[in-house]
Write a protein that binds this ligand. Structure first.
Ligand SMILES: NC(=O)c1ccc[n+]([C@@H]2O[C@H](COP(=O)([O-])OP(=O)(O)OC[C@H]3O[C@@H](n4cnc5c(N)ncnc54)[C@H](O)[C@@H]3O)[C@@H](O)[C@H]2O)c1
Length: 250
């Protein structure tokens, strides 16, 4: 406990699900954690909570100015905000493609860009951790926009790892498998509609696909983020870690 004392971290999409578990783990290690989420209600906002849409470049830029004034230079960025939709590619609306790519790919680019600028200027290195998915490594039916966006995140992770290495800014990704969150519950309902099954049958199928015999928790993912944020991962960059219970091994 206390391994991240004195560190300043930003977690996007931190109001619920995996992001919320990441915030908790980083705080347990005594980091100061700034949370960005489009879905924050006004009564959830405070000095460290910001209701920002990661697809809005102007808002993201202004947010980093506020962070610099209020907290100083950040040490850790976790790009976790993400959305999913489901449709066969031949049925997919252009708007659906754009929305998913905007949040999952452009959002990571925008937030990383301003974070890395700040880290470079401060000259003390840093960590950027992107939450991709096993959908960043494999194809899944009905998830064309999501799969494309998560592959994009892994590509950007590698490029930024190269571009920022000389500044000791390490850029890595985590690829979760099936994790029990509101996003996953909604996907089971959509998947059921598309495949003529009920959500419970999809859930049973999910379990049967995981070699370790259970789906993942948000804490399972948060633990790998904590590892990448820690000193124990100071010689790892441009890497992606599968947190899938053995479902994905590539
Ligand atoms: N749940 C899974 O099985 C799973 C698997 C692999 C990867 N992931 C990824 O993990 C991340 C978190 O997923 P989750 O399951 O916790 O989802 P979730 O829907 O439960 O939570 C996502 C959070 O991101 C926020 N958000 C969405 N769009 C935003 C935007 N434009 N700007 C700011 N905040 C925004 C939401 O308000 C929400 O609080 C996502 O990137 C997701 O793609 C999830």
């Amino acid at each position: 406990m206390g391994n991240l004392a004195g560190k300043i971290a930003i977690v996007t999409g931190g109001a619920r699900g995996i992001g919320k578990a990441i915030v908790k783990k980083l705080e347990e290690e005594k980091a100061t954690v700034i949370v960005v989420d489009k879905g924050f209600e006004s009564d959830q906002l405070g000095q460290k909570q910001f209701a920002i849409d990661v697809t809005n470049g102007k808002a993201v830029e202004q947010f980093f100015e506020t962070v610099a004034d209020r907290f100083g230079t950040i040490d850790i960025l976790v790009n976790n905000a993400g959305i999913s939709t489901m449709a066969e590619v031949v049925e997919m609306q252009e708007q659906e493609w754009d929305t998913v790519m905007d949040v999952n790919a452009k959002g990571v680019f925008l937030v990383s860009k301003f974070a890395a600028r700040q880290m470079k200027k401060a000259g003390k290195g840093g960590k950027i951790i992107n939450i991709s998915s096993q959908a960043g490594k494999n194809g899944y039916k009905y998830m064309g926009s999501y799969v494309a966006s998560k592959h994009a995140v892994l590509g950007l992770t590698k490029v930024m790892a190269l571009e920022l290495a000389a500044d000791r800014i390490l850029v890595n990704a985590v690829c979760p498998g099936i994790i029990e969150t509101e996003m996953k519950q909604t996907e089971r309902i959509w998947g059921g509609e598309l495949r003529g099954m009920d959500a419970a049958a999809i859930e049973a199928e999910d379990y049967s696909q995981v070699p370790l015999g259970r789906t993942g928790s948000p804490e399972d993912v948060a633990d790998s983020v904590l590892f990448l944020a820690s000193k124990s991962a100071d010689y790892i960059t441009g890497e992606s870690i599968n947190v899938t219970g053995g479902m994905t091994m590539n």
